[in-house]
Design a protein around this ligand. Sequence first.
Ligand SMILES: [Zn+2]
Ligand SMILES: [Zn+2]
Length: 82
Amino acid sequence: MGYGTPGLSSSKTRWTLHECGDCGNKYKHKGSLQRHMKYECRKQPSFKCPYCVYRAYQKHNLLLHERHLHKDLPEKVDFVSE
Ligand SMILES: [Zn+2]
Ligand SMILES: [Zn+2]
């Protein structure tokens, strides 16, 4: 037993998380928080799936959703947004 106490590993480097003051979401990157506050926080996702109740913040995500969950559906006719 020649060892002293291993000592608390000096991992003082903590992630400084950027927290949204409105909803409490936490982000590693300040840019992510800013994007969240600008486009997501307190906003309804603006892209709505025409086949179910799914909503997405980004059109890209909606397209992915449709492709994965509604791939058996026929091609939809021109989608007229309101
Ligand atoms: Zn937020
Ligand atoms: Zn859907």
